[in-house]
Design a protein around this ligand. Sequence first.
Ligand code: G3H
Ligand code: ZN
Length: 385
Amino acid sequence: MSKIYSTPPTLNRERRFPDNMQAAHALALKAKQGRKGNRTGERYALPAFNVTNIQGINSAFTAFETLGSSGLMAFSNSALKHMGGGDPLFGLEVASDYVARKAARSSVQVATHLDHGDYISEQGRRVVQAAVSALTSVMADNSTDKVNKAGLPLEDNIGYTREVVNMAHPLGVSVEGELGVLAGEEDEDTKSDVSTYTEPDELARFLRETGVLMLAPTIGTMHGANKGRPGHKVKLNIPLAHELLKIADGINDEIIFVAHGASTMYEDVRDYAVEQLEALGAPFDGTAQTWKDFVGTDWEQIKGLIGAGFCKINTDTENRQTFLAALLGAVNKNAAKVDIRWYEKQMWDAVSASYIQKLIMAGNYGVWHEPKIDVEQFVFDLHSV
Ligand code: G3H
Ligand code: ZN
């Protein structure tokens, strides 16, 4: 990678996306500044929900429209492959077209985001390039060399990320960089055994030379369903998060931090799944224990991160778990129902409820209109979904 000296392009804020669609940065900045309607209040966050198919998109829209929330749907490379019948580029066309059509009929504003876009490999680069044309936000995840499973030198991370900013910012597409290495497994394309905290000394240089307005620092969160030892709370490095925020705000107070691995893994969902497994009986030997051993990131810790400028919080695993728990429940309710739509409805209604719960926890409601439910009274319980 060659050295980068010139000033990076700023985000083109004049770009008009299809109706009711915005760059992720615009929605996240509103959250960081606590703006809802014409009011300015407490800071809130944008949960980024990873979606993998049309029903997932519908489920997310249901949640956003129920609460009048700012919506962010994230697509990983493997999700795009899934949606495109093996071809992530076709998946991108399908996803972006469908979201734009849904958004045009929606009561809220949404953003679409490429999650963990890899600009290092040839194939990954093609997806990032296509995503810059199709989505409103992309992640340039170049902090890890996925082949050698090691951190990429800072110079290279800056160089690759800057190439994405050069392409995306003039088109109004916001770019999320990553600095530090995040451990855990999200899907086949996103896993790492190692983790390192973000170095405060590297932050200013990374932000200045790449020009990104969104950044995922690593402060102790992890991808996947096993973020720590069962029975122990995950501890994030909140003091480091504040130290990093001070540096970032000193450069540009519109910079948004992103928490990856922010799934809290609802205890009630776990209990519901264990209940269903036990009712289903013997063939699931050991599975109930696996469920009991899942460990998410403690919500109090995530709340601490929102205070430190982490206004985009990524949750994927907990929603997958809700889906699976609801599937187990559906089989228990009626294992002879020969109707795909009935099963799908059980699962996706449950996922919508899981999204609603997280949006309420993140304070992201009443942004575009008043919620259609009483948020104080909402109870996320799979028995009653
Ligand atoms: O990019 C997606 C998220 O970082 C997923 O995190 O495994 O805690 O849901 P999670
Ligand atoms: Zn992630």
